[in-house]
Ligand binder design. Structure first.
Ligand SMILES: Cc1cc2nc3c(=O)[nH]c(=O)nc-3n(C[C@H](O)[C@H](O)[C@H](O)COP(=O)(O)OP(=O)(O)OC[C@H]3O[C@@H](n4cnc5c(N)ncnc54)[C@H](O)[C@@H]3O)c2cc1C
Length: 363
């Protein structure tokens, strides 16, 4: 989110300094890994759809700035019992916003994707406008654009902030910077700030696996889209394989929050038990496919109490803007979040409706 904010600040011509404690593409927070799902018919809350419409425009703008792949709209498949949150919420968002969502009956779904071993109460939805974002490429592109537009991006840990001073003071191991405005996007490291503001953000450990093997061809992006599935109380999601190294193997992960961890703890390697859990997850999602676990990673979710983002301003003059608690589904929104944060910092309001993401909902 910090990279997106730096890009949007520099794009508007504001003098911008960005800080990160680690080098780009580090694997200690929430944004590493090659790919993320993007989709529009947002089952979580239809209010996200207008934000996504703008995010899509900005992802395409970012794509036009680089030859590296940024966005690939290979479609999305959603599978679950007809009355589960995923299916009902997706249909509701699609109906409200006039989005293209094809409904597949149990038998149509089974015929098209036999390896799902579709259960008698399950149906499918196909969203043509869904697909994937190449996450690491997009971080590189956003940082490059920000730098090219004049932003200074420093690899320094912020040790102290004086947000009441005028100008505000940002103290790192190397310098003290005076800033008129501050935008904080510290991911899992923001949990203590939200706690002070009365909102508990739980940091959880999540694992992701990539599978290959005899049946990998069924999961190529030309034959199988990005997917999400509600089965046996688990929310399984993932990304198809493809011809590039970034898409080597079909990605399988579980969106249910994993074990709670200390926000400041390092991300430990994936354990043998977690490898087994990933294999079980793939077997749950694709019982009819012969797949084997090839590689995996661990990552952090910052879970807000209701699973929606936390975007707000602290009442100082000018206001300090906060964005966190992205609860495992924020990446697809990154450019529009950057745009929103800049508007909040400079105009105190955004053209996008984000009141539903404010901390005040927990007051
Ligand atoms: C396994 C996994 C799969 C996901 N899949 C999807 C998906 O398919 N679709 C989707 O939309 N979203 C997905 N997400 C969620 C998405 O990736 C996150 O919501 C998003 O990356 C959060 O970004 P962030 O900027 O808040 O946090 P981070 O990426 O963690 O960034 C915070 C940054 O702040 C820096 N920082 C913290 N404290 C300091 C300090 N004191 N000084 C300097 N720098 C500091 C950190 O070094 C870090 O780089 C997934 C997340 C995970 C973990």
């Amino acid at each position: 989110m910090g990279s997106a904010a730096a890009w949007q600040l520099a794009y508007r011509g504001y003098s911008t300094i960005g800080f990160d404690q680690f080098a780009p593409l580090h694997n200690l927070g929430s944004s590493h890994g090659k790919t993320r799902i993007i989709r529009k018919a947002y089952f979580e809350n239809p209010k996200f759809v207008s934000l996504l419409n703008r995010a899509y425009e900005l992802w395409h703008d970012l794509q036009s700035s680089t030859k590296e792949p940024i966005i690939d709209l290979c479609g999305g498949l959603y599978v679950g019992p007809a009355h589960c949150d995923l299916i009902e919420g997706t249909l509701e968002a699609a109906a409200i916003h006039g989005l293209d969502c094809e409904r597949l009956s149990q038998s149509e779904l089974q015929e098209r994707y036999p390896f799902l071993c579709v259960r008698s109460d399950e149906i499918g939805l196909i969203e043509k406008d869904a697909g994937m974002i190449f996450a690491e490429n997009s971080l590189v592109a956003m940082n490059s654009l920000a730098s090219a537009l004049g932003a200074t991006l420093l690899r320094e840990k912020v040790l102290h902030l004086d947000l009441l001073a005028s100008p505000k003071l940002i103290v790192t191991s190397h310098r003290t910077v005076k800033a008129e405005r501050v935008i904080l996007t510290q991911g899992p490291w923001m949990a203590s700030i939200f706690e002070e503001l009365g909102v508990k953000v739980k940091i959880t450990r999540q694992t992701v696996g990539w599978f290959n093997g005899k049946d990998l061809a069924h999961f190529h992006r030309s034959a199988f889209p990005v997917y999400a599935m509600e089965r046996d109380g688990l929310f399984v999601y993932g990304i198809p394989s493809g011809d590039s190294e970034d898409l080597s193997g079909v990605k399988v992960a579980c969106h249910n929050p994993g074990p709670v961890i200390d926000p400041h703890s390092p991300v430990m390697p994936v354990s043998t038990q977690e490898e087994e859990e990933l294999k079980n997850l793939a077997a749950l999602a694709f019982p009819g496919a012969n797949l084997s676990l090839s590689h995996f990673l661990a990552c952090k979710y910052s879970n807000s109490p209701d699973g929606h983002f936390l975007i707000d301003v602290l009442p100082s003059d000018p206001p300090v803007v906060l964005a966190g608690g992205f609860s495992g589904h924020g990446f697809k929104f990154a450019p529009v979040i950057g745009e929103i944060l800049v508007s909040l910092a400079f105009e105190g309001k955004s053209q996008h409706s984000v009141d539903f993401l404010s901390l005040k909902r927990f007051a």
